[in-house]
Design a binder for this molecule. Structure first.
Ligand SMILES: O=C(O)CCC(=O)C(=O)O
Ligand SMILES: [Fe+2]
Length: 327
């Protein structure tokens, strides 16, 4: 794992105050962070924000495929206890849901999934009893292996946003960019062939019930601005693939491990990951289950007009999963 620090975009006091004021006004007007009217109001709210704030939320512009937005003040005492499961969060940290929705809408269009966390646009990532060793955000005791978010789905997000509520034990999110890897031309060509499918992950209720085997998809593909990836080894039946492809896949895994950075998020940090360029994961940790556990809020964003993916993805089915766009 590389010890390079993750790129940080500091927010100045004026921009922080503007974002907080806009979030508070939206929440006051609509009463709840999950209000459909609030979602519909996001483009108008963003249009009223300053050029400085728009500039701060310009596209990801680093080879790391990510940046950390830092400077939003979060007072731990205002938060209340970390919930033990996403389904019991209710309105806890609602102001931060709205901050994250504004940041999302400044960068693109927030999306939600019919079958995940009740269709909420902002997910809560907390360790949950009984889920310790899953490959989902609710786990803790196992390494969450680096993955493209919602890799199985052709409608997956272009950007993944993780906002840190609480992280007393400095548990790192990990991220690795395809742009920093060194792979031979043969390996890139091999991994650009559609050889193995990616199965839906355990966080999706309906997709689990969907019968039939999904089609094989390419792991790597050239887009407008360079190489991109769609990678989720924990849900890829690699053992069914031929040995030449598997060897190339192993070399990709090793390269991603070599360039991987560990980002220990601080309260108020928003990590923005380009989901076409970088994969992300998390180191293992011991959950506390005492109301002081690590707690992240997560949003998924599509960038209208972005052409980074193979045209063939348009023909993939979506497993009955409905992606809902905020506006
Ligand atoms: O807990 C983390 O740092 C990342 C978890 C994750 O993969 C996600 O929320 O998509
Ligand atoms: Fe993830």
């Amino acid at each position: 794992m590389s010890t390079r620090p993750a790129p940080v975009r500091p927010l100045d006091a004026a921009v922080v105050a503007e974002l907080a004021t806009a979030a508070d006004a939206l929440l006051a007007r609509h009463g709840s962070a999950t209000s459909p009217d609030l979602l519909a109001d996001l483009p108008a709210a963003c249009a009223a924000l300053s050029p400085a704030l728009h500039h701060a939320l310009r596209p990801v512009d680093t080879d790391d495929g990510l940046f950390v937005l830092r400077g939003l003040p979060l007072d731990d005492a205002d938060l209340g206890p970390t919930p033990g499961h996403w389904s019991t969060v209710g309105d806890a940290g609602a102001r931060w849901d709205v901050v994250l929705l504004l940041v999302s809408a400044l960068m693109g269009t927030p999306i939600a999934w019919d079958g995940q966390q009740d269709g909420r646009f902002v997910h809560n990532i907390v360790p949950s009893p009984g889920h310790e060793s899953e490959q989902t955000g609710a786990s803790s005791s196992v390494l969450l292996t680096p993955h493209t978010e919602d890799a199985f789905h052709p409608g997956r997000a272009h950007l993944l946003l993780l906002c840190c509520m609480r992280n007393h034990d400095n548990i790192a999110t990990t991220a690795a960019s395809i742009r920093l890897t060194e792979l031979s031309e043969q390996d890139v060509a091999e991994l650009s062939r559609p050889v193995a499918p990616i199965l839906p992950d355990d966080a999706y209720e309906q997709a689990q019930r969907f019968g039939g085997r999904p089609a094989p998809v390419p792991t790597l593909f050239e887009g407008e601005d360079g190489l991109h990836l769609r990678f989720d080894p924990a849900y890829t039946p690699v053992e069914d693939a031929d040995e030449t492809w598997r060897a190339a896949y192993r070399r990709l895994e090793a390269e991603l491990a070599r360039v991987c950075v560990a980002v220990s998020l601080e309260p108020g940090d928003v990590l923005v990951v380009d989901n076409d360029v970088a994969v992300h994961g998390r180191v293992p940790f011991r959950a506390r289950y005492d109301g002081t556990d690590r707690w992240l809020k997560r949003a998924s964003v599509r960038v209208p007009g972005r052409r980074t993916r193979p045209a063939a993805e348009a023909a993939e089915h979506g497993y009955g999963q409905l992606a809902l766009e905020a506006h």
